[in-house]
Write a protein that binds this ligand. Structure first.
Ligand code: FMN
Length: 381
């Protein structure tokens, strides 16, 4: 019996299995509004059998976008663009989660295929101008990047209010779950890490103070997010840099997040500072699973493992050995949006295309029997 294909219950949400599409920016929105690309892209994963589809990092205010192509949820036009997409993914049998985000000092950038760095004349000439960015301290992500404005305490409260408003809109959009993006060097993570947070007020200095933004945020979002719906948070569980945020910090933070009502820690790592000398694990299969395992076992919370999980038996082993409760795939899901349906066959959790959409499963089962139709006289061998 495969654990990967056993349902998982979190609060009132039932996931049909434990496979998750990791959030993936498509850099394809206009003014933060989703479109047909997002609709087809996300629905494909539902049809492909995933248990949960996490929608891409979606900014809670316009200056919180990474690029001009990022999605947002600070107005009703953006909300309305999401409603049919959420419905479409849910109709396919998957549950839906929205990753809410604020890019902080890593905002105002090029799309990855344009260079993945600060905006240049090439983008300005297309009308894609840079904007003022914010962070805990006026330290740029990398040389040549914009210097963030150091947020005042009242501005911090305003930003948290934007998360609250976006969470309310996410509920109106019909999402089953919400994820706070507190990883990869974006705003919440940049408050946690001593590398990017050099403040001397209540939001900086000691670990307790550096955790304050993330905890205030999680508390404010939990207060408006329906009781029966799960709240996830994605952490960069380690910075992998000397003097940075480490796994013990993540465990300490997780214990408090759990008390606040966060249900799942989505365990990523890195990206607080530009590449260079670091102690991050080499990206080999399952390279971040040990972080998930440590947090799950030391902080007694549900975790999601991510990072080069590509093989069905690898995913099954991660769950069976108690290293995670959910496995998330990003690039592998792009390569094969039907990954869960194929994995279920590989793990003998679906022997005759029963879990496929019936419009496909009917034909594939006949194909596997070497026939085209079952009625006498119509059989084509
Ligand atoms: C195209 C693309 C977009 C991504 N966008 C996001 C995002 O919106 N939020 C996030 O937390 N991580 C994002 N990531 C990181 C993935 O969610 C995932 O953690 C990472 O790719 C490692 O998983 P993988 O080895 O299965 O690809 C993105 C990755 C890719 C490839």
């Amino acid at each position: 019996m495969s654990i990967l294909f056993e349902p998982l219950y979190i609060r009132n949400l039932k996931l049909r299995n434990r496979t998750v599409v990791s959030p993936m920016c498509q850099y394809t929105a206009v003014d933060g509004v989703m479109n047909n690309w997002h609709h087809c892209h996300l629905t494909a994963f539902g049809r492909g059998g995933f248990g949960l589809v996490i929608f891409e990092a979606t900014a809670v205010e316009s200056i919180g976008r990474i690029t001009h192509g990022c999605t947002g949820l600070w107005n009703d036009e953006q909300l309305n663009s999401m409603i049919p997409i959420v419905k479409s993914v849910k109709d396919s049998g998957a549950a839906t989660c929205l990753q809410l985000a604020h890019a902080g000092r890593k905002a105002s950038c090029q799309r990855p295929w344009e260079g993945d760095a600060a905006l240049t004349e090439a983008e300005f000439s297309k009308g894609e101008l840079a904007w003022d960015i914010v962070g805990p301290s006026p330290i740029p992500f990398e040389e040549g990047w914009l210097i963030p404005h150091e947020l005042t305490v009242s501005e911090i409260k305003e930003i948290i209010d934007s998360w609250v408003l976006a969470a309310k809109r996410a509920e109106l959009a019909g999402f089953d779950a919400l994820e706070i993006h507190s990883a990869h060097g974006y705003l919440s993570h940049s408050f946690l890490s001593p590398i990017s947070n050099k403040r001397t007020d209540i939001y900086g200095g000691s670990r307790e103070n550096r955790m304050r933004f993330t905890l205030d945020l999680a508390e404010a979002v939990r207060a408006v997010w329906p009781e029966g719906k799960p709240l996830f948070i994605r952490l960069s569980t380690v910075d992998g840099k000397e003097g940075g945020w480490d796994i013990d910090d993540s465990i300490a933070l997780t214990r408090i997040l759990s008390d606040i009502g966060v249900d799942v820690i989505d365990c990523s790592s890195g990206a607080i500072a530009a590449a260079g000398k670091n102690t991050l694990p080499t990206p080999t299969p399952g390279y971040q699973v040990s972080f998930s395992s440590e947090i799950r076992n030391k902080a007694q919370i549900l975790t999601q493992a991510v990072g080069l999980i590509t093989d069905p038996s690898q995913a099954e082993t991660i769950l069976r050995s108690g290293q995670a409760d959910l496995v998330a795939l990003a690039r592998e899901a792009l390569y094969n949006p039907f990954w869960p349906l194929h994995a279920a066959q590989a793990l003998n959790a679906d022997i005759d295309f029963q879990i496929w959409p019936h419009q496909y499963g009917h034909w594939l089962e006949l194909r596997s029997q070497g026939v085209f139709a079952k009625r006498p006289g119509e059989i084509e061998e």
